[in-house]
Design a protein around this ligand. Structure first.
Ligand code: OAD
Length: 248
């Protein structure tokens, strides 16, 4: 981990954010890391360093072994329920309270932004609390918490319910993607927090915003393609940096 950002870099970022008229924030797994939810690509601790995404995060993997996939997401759901939003999530919720134009676009499926108080969040990669039928697409609508079931429940059509998260090889929800794309193309400042920027198309959003003239502020302890392109890279953790640049 590198040394933290300079006072100048923090001041400049705070000014960009407070003066933005169309502010967008794109978040990734890093913002939830300090809530105890593992990221995906960090060496040793990342989920994809320990588990095979082809087995666990693809339709083919689910068709091969639905029980294994269900149980893996059930464990993740349970750890998300145990987790609490951290100061990074809270800082963004406070900012959205003061700046109703702030649009939060997240790749995370954990709903910690909402639990911190954010009212409007667009979910690029779905939400782990939701499930739908693999065969007919019907959403799970019973009052029963579907994750109480130790195996994927059967749909009335004969298919199996699966988590409503985007798997490898799947397209993003078209409406959500359109809304995120428009937000990125229209913003004058994009704050990016805790993403490696390795998963398209979400990773394209900061570059599209920048191409249209927006300033990009990136909060990430590690250097990435986004931090190299950003107007301002703030090396550090979300829970320490965000309160400094969005409050006061
Ligand atoms: P990654 O695991 O690829 O990247 C997490 C990023 O967070 C890394 O760049 C870390 O350096 C950074 N990071 C770690 N701790 C941090 C902290 N405390 N504060 C700020 N940043 C921190 O996660 P994503 O970029 O979100 O897809 O991954 C994108 C998608 O790949 C995920 O949405 C997921 C995965 O496959 C689906 O679930 C569909």
């Amino acid at each position: 981990m590198r040394s933290g950002p300079s006072a100048n870099a923090l001041n400049r970022s705070r000014a960009l954010i407070s003066e933005a008229s169309r502010l967008v924030c794109l978040t990734g797994a890093g913002i939830s890391a300090e809530s105890g939810i593992p990221t995906f690509r960090e060496a040793k601790t990342g989920l994809w360093a320990r588990f095979n995404p082809e087995d666990l995060a693809s339709e083919a993997g689910f068709r091969r072994d639905p029980l294994q996939v269900w149980q893996w997401y059930r464990g993740r759901y349970q750890s998300v329920l145990r987790a609490e939003p951290n100061l990074g999530h809270v800082a963004l919720a406070d900012l959205q309270d003061r700046n109703k134009n702030l649009q939060i676009l997240t790749q995370n499926v954990d709903n910690l932004h909402e639990r911190a108080g954010s009212k409007s969040v667009r979910h690029l990669h779905g939400e782990i609390v939701r499930c739908h039928c693999l065969a007919c697409g019907k959403p799970w609508s019973s009052n029963m918490d579907i994750w109480e079931s130790p195996q994927p429940p059967d749909c009335s059509c004969g298919g199996l319910f699966r988590p409503s998260v985007t798997w490898f090889g799947e397209l993003l929800d078209a409406d959500v993607w359109q809304q995120c794309l428009w937000a990125a193309l229209a913003c004058d400042v994009m704050l990016v927090v805790g993403t490696s920027g390795l998963v398209a198309p979400a990773a394209e959003l900061p570059f599209l915003a920048s191409d249209r003239g927006a300033a990009v502020v990136d909060v990430n302890p590690e250097e990435t393609d986004i931090s190299r392109m950003a107007t301002q890279w703030l090396p550090g953790s979300a829970s320490k940096i965000l309160p400094k640049i969005v409050l006061g």
